[in-house]
Design a protein around this ligand. Sequence first.
Ligand code: FEO
Length: 402
Amino acid sequence: MFAIRKVNQDIIYVGADDRRLELFENMFPIDRGVSYNAYVIKDEKTALLDTADASVSRQFFENLEAALDGRSLDYLIVNHMEPDHCALIGEVLFRYPDVQIVTNAKSFQMISQFFDVALEESRKIVVKEGDELDLGKHKLTFVLAPMVHWPEAMMTYDKTDKILFSADAFGTFGTNDGRIFNDEMDYQADSFVQDARRYYTNIVGKYGAQVQAVLKKAATLDIQMLCPLHGPVWRTDLGFVLNLYQKWSTYEAEEQGVAVFYGSIYGNTESAVAALVMRLADQGIHNIHAYDVSKTDISYLIAETFKFPVIVLASPTYNAGIFPKMENLLADMKALNVQNKKVAVIENGTWAPTCAKAITEKLGEMKNVELIGEKLTIKSSLRDEEALEQLAAAIVQAVKES
Ligand code: FEO
């Protein structure tokens, strides 16, 4: 059965929710699922904006057929070639033999890589930045968005209705559950923002400069609605999501507070962290969030590294280096361009506690990371209360100054 909703008079949502997928990109847990959004514009010409993941193929094609309601499909506009959106292009070409694909040269190259189809030139409309496509009433123009977060990514702006079809930008994890508009769900709730932050930071986080470039282009457009490829359509309070993207893409922390990440093999490093966070709370720092790096999926940890200005890393020494789960976090922080942080380091080791040096070296590879106080060295279990008090005082000061 088709499951579609009108976005406005001429535009229809034809996407679908996915609650079965365990790991998005086979990496990121998605407890609340994900939506693959796609849109049909019905005008003198008809246009489909992106397809969907193969997992929702049946629903997607029922939706598309219902939205077209007997009309043919004139254009398939491809804003993004990652398979969670492009997987059904081959099937669209097969089902709608007269459809023309509208996208940029890079995407056409990727289409030839992903799909074993010989696309006749007559079915290709290659567009560049600022080109226009006239559907009748709706005049569409194209905004290239390279590396947000693939090189071919682009956005489509409907000049008539002032809608930006923004590809992955402004998307989030989480299904829509029929509520396709942001004002139909509690988009300010922690759970929503957490999903949006985890989606952005892990998938797009590396490309802050490129997101900034797109935000500057978007600022020149009159945008009344954002239609992303995941999550709700933003038709109210666009400033809310734009403000989040501004912070995330400039690596600006969202709120005063501290995230504590620890590895602990037999509980001794964990005990030191417990003693530390008690002291922080005693001294008035209450926005504290502590995570066991062995227990918590790294995508949640990365989101917290973007959110908070102050970070504590506490690690056992392992094979004369960093505890592997902590090393993995540090590698991901670097890969995703985490920067502008104040970081305190705690190392543990029974015979040769040496991992603080290796952690400090890895932090030195990130931009604008400042160490807080002296590293705290534990030999097996923490006994040096004075050193702990000193580190706690330095962290409190760093949080208050952030
Ligand atoms: Fe939702 Fe980059 O694909």
